[in-house]
Design a protein around this ligand. Structure first.
Ligand code: GDP
Ligand code: IMO
Ligand code: MG
Length: 420
């Protein structure tokens, strides 16, 4: 049996915290897509840690963590991250497994990402520059090197061949930067990667499922950044939605039970692209400052705005979400009035559907206003005790989305979660 946790917005919904919270009920935690563009924040013994490549179940001693085939892996980031979790006493040599089909991010992928973004100028995606796009291009272009290739004695020859191909592309971009230092750390890191537990991820997982183990699939990014159904071209390069669990881990759709979708009580986006409910005023600044909305991976300020129910409903539809976790509700504590967007006005017409190419349209969000709760919700230990204004807000969402908000997160700590 497999349950899924994934983001319903443009990423950074708090997936790391929620996976860490739920991990206790599972045997295996598996990342199914994305790479070091992800930054999943956890608090372990009140100390903050941000994970980019390792699944967020790693701090539970007896749990298995798998990096799945659908992930793109930067060995340098992984090595660094293994060192930082080891400092917390984690035995990653025992609990961390890597699929042999996982695709490798090479130093030249990072260079190509940078060169491509520079060439795009003002049309840039706002990529994290971790090499994600070029690495997935080499996968679908059938050129990529995978973790299993590291065990082949001809790996260096294969690497040199692909590097040459990349160099020709870099030359066409007139990219002149010296990346020899990146290559040096890459070769050090792949030696480290070879020493980890490399497995056939699909048999590994399916055998565990057959033996009655429970698997939690951890998504990265968010549904609106999905390569097919997100706000293309301002998206990432992987399938961030439930379908990506099957293709990224090699498990069948019938095995999936609960799909737990994470949304903030408001909305953020980092990087370029359409964001109809973005606030360019002092409320936007309030959300950014109070919510500490600065990227976990790049440190960039996140764009902030009201929750967008058109996008949320769309995300629930394409993912088959069965329950919602609403995070960062505490950040709305200080606001007297709250707004939720429940339709868009495009060319004078109202719609509650996501249009083909949002970035080419002038979209006016239509809002419904709510009275804010205007009180510290960290003080409440259960949902019954919570202010009526918050219940009104949640009830409206439940009715609109038709998927229940089952949990409300009211702080960054592992146990700051209220069941509704
Ligand atoms: P992820 O990429 O989805 O895992 O999310 P990030 O870690 O990038 O960003 C979420 C941020 O919000 C992190 O700094 C979390 O510690 C923090 N966070 C998560 N849930 C809550 C919450 O309910 N309240 C507050 N105040 N912070 C939260
Ligand atoms: P987590 O897992 C928020 C955004 C980038 C950029 C676009 C493409 O922490 O939620 P890429 O590097 O993938 O080529 O960038 O996607 N992006 C994220 N935004 N959270 C993330 O991950 C993201 N990963 C990528 O900012 O707009
Ligand atoms: Mg993040």
């Amino acid at each position: 049996m497999v349950d899924v946790i994934l983001g319903l917005q443009w990423g950074d919904e708090g997936k790391g915290k929620i996976v860490d919270y739920f991990a206790k009920d599972y045997d295996v935690i598996a990342r199914f897509q994305g790479g070091p563009n992800a930054g999943h924040t956890l608090y372990v013994n009140d100390k903050k840690i941000v994970l980019h490549q390792i699944p967020s179940g790693i701090f539970h001693e007896d749990k298995t963590n798998l990096v799945g085939a659908g992930v793109v892996l930067d060995a340098v980031t992984l090595k660094r991250e293994c060192d930082s979790v080891a400092a917390f006493g984690v035995d990653y040599r025992k609990n961390l497994f890597i699929s042999e089909r996982t695709n490798l991010i090479l130093p030249t992928h990072r260079a190509l990402d940078k060169a491509s973004e520079l060439a795009k100028g003002t049309d840039k995606i706002g990529s994290t520059l971790k090499g994600i796009g070029p690495a997935y291009m080499d996968k679908t272009g059938r050129n990529a090197l995978r973790v299993g290739d590291l065990l082949d004695k001809n790996f260096t020859t294969q690497y040199i061949k692909l590097r040459l191909k990349h160099q020709r592309l870099l030359d066409s971009f007139n990219f002149q930067e010296d990346i020899s230092a990146w290559e040096e750390e890459f070769f050090e890191a792949i030696d480290f990667l070879r020493s980890l537990k490399i497995v056939n991820g699909e048999y590994f997982l399916n055998d565990k499922i057959s033996a009655g183990n429970k698997v939690l699939a951890e998504g990265a990014q968010g549904s609106m950044l999905d390569v097919d159904f997100g706000t293309f071209p301002f998206v990432t390069s992987s399938s961030t939605i439930t379908a990506g669990v099957c293709s990224g881990l090699g498990i069948a759709p019938q095995k999936i039970k609960e799909v737990i979708g994470i949304t903030k009580a408001y909305c953020t986006r980092v990087g370029s692209g359409p964001f109809p409910t973005e606030l360019m005023d002092e409320t936007g600044d309030f959300l950014r400052n109070t919510g500490n909305e600065f990227g976990s991976t790049t440190g960039r300020p996140r764009r902030c705005g009201w929750i967008d129910l058109v996008a949320l409903q769309f995300a629930c539809m394409i993912n088959g979400v069965t329950q919602i976790v609403m995070t960062k509700a505490d950040i709305l504590d200080g606001l007297k009035e709250l707004k939720v967007c429940n339709s868009y006005k495009i060319n004078g017409e109202e719609t509650d559907r996501i249009p083909f190419q949002m970035n080419k349209l002038d979209i006016e969000p239509i809002y419904k206003s709510f009275e804010g709760w205007n009180t510290d919700i960290q003080a409440f230990a259960n949902y019954e005790a919570m202010p009526s204004q918050m219940k009104n807000y949640i009830n409206y969402l439940n009715e609109f989305i038709k998927v229940p908000v089952k949990y409300i997160s009211n702080g960054p700590g592992r146990d700051q979660l209220i069941i509704t």
